[in-house]
Design a protein around this ligand. Structure first.
Ligand code: NCD
Length: 300
């Protein structure tokens, strides 16, 4: 494995290896594995947890990590994406961690650099390390890596979410049954190939699931006309206290962050032990260590 661009490029065995390797990093100990290697975080879009998570993961592996952000860069002086990437690449980084608002940018970059590329979000397309850390969180919660028979409901803005596209791929690979719940305007037009079921009413499915994963309305990519009114959205798609009370006690809540409290779920649900959001963040560091180690570590 030289690059990580899409969940769809991974085999089940590669995913299982990454899950096992991430487990070894959960204690958060610093190791020498990537001493002498350098990583650049190339973020053309806002981020809190993904950028910090990759920075910490790289540092815990003893790599040198540099953060680039588009604001304050020569892009503001008219430099092209290609020239920016070639400039960064000429500095000799071993890995480039990239987030960009346009789908496909990480693939374009393959032509401009020899470094390993890790896609951490290209528009609404893919965010593979989020899929991997979500799989790590679910498999640890359930105590098994085979998700056959596990029913995962993903609710919210499916159309504009790269998290959904990565999660559906990896949940399928591990054998889970995935149901998407969204207003028709927030479902992508092209899901005939996806191995999922669709429901339009959250109340129909919450009593028959093991995990509910909520996706915030991705306002930065959304045409407001597609959104129902917020009151209607909350009434139909939010994990309210009332819905939470109807869930079986084993059902976990997940969310990639940033969380929109009161819209995706109530404050009480957000603060409950069954909301795995902070576990996801913790697991993210370990999973990114596993990915970096697999891509640019000496022993592959
Ligand atoms: C996600 C993203 O950027 O796609 N956030 C993240 O990486 N944790 C999800 C989101 O923005 O809703």
């Amino acid at each position: 494995m030289k690059h990580l661009l899409s969940i769809d490029e991974l085999t089940r065995d590669e995913v299982l290896d990454l899950l096992a390797l991430a487990e070894t990093h959960l204690a958060g100990d610093k190791v020498d594995t990537l001493k002498g290697k350098s990583i650049v975080n190339l973020f053309f879009e806002d981020s809190t947890r993904t950028r910090v998570s990759f920075e910490l993961a790289g540092k815990l592996l003893s790599a040198d990590v540099i953060n680039f952000s588009a604001s304050g860069s020569s892009l503001n002086k008219g430099e092209s994406l290609r020239d920016t990437v070639e400039t960064i690449s000429a500095m000799g980084f071993d890995a480039i961690v990239v987030r960009h608002k346009s789908a496909g940018v990480p693939w374009q970059m393959l032509k401009w650099t020899d470094a390993s590329i890790i896609n951490v979000g290209d528009g609404a397309h893919q965010h593979p390390t989020q899929g991997l850390l979500d799989a790590l969180t679910i498999t640890r919660y359930l105590g098994r890596s085979d998700l056959s028979g596990i029913r995962i409901v993903i609710v919210g803005d499916i159309a504009h979410s790269r998290v959904v596209r990565s999660d559906v791929g990896i949940f399928n690979l591990l054998g889970a049954d995935v149901t998407l719940v969204a207003p028709p305007t927030l479902l992508p037009p092209d899901i005939s190939e996806w191995k999922i079921s669709i429901a339009h009413d959250l109340d129909d499915v919450i009593t028959k699931c093991d995990v509910i994963y909520t996706i915030r309305p991705q306002r930065e990519r959304i045409n407001e006309a597609l959104l129902p009114s917020m009151d209607e959205y909350i009434a139909r798609y939010s994990i309210t206290n009332d819905r939470f009370a109807r869930l079986d006690e084993h059902v976990a809540i997940m969310e990639a962050g940033p969380l929109v409290r009161g819209v995706q779920m109530s404050n009480a649900v957000a603060d409950s032990d069954r909301n795995l959001m902070n576990q996801q963040v913790k697991h993210g560091v370990a999973m990114r260590m596993a990915v970096l180690q697999s891509l640019i570590g000496v022993t592959k």
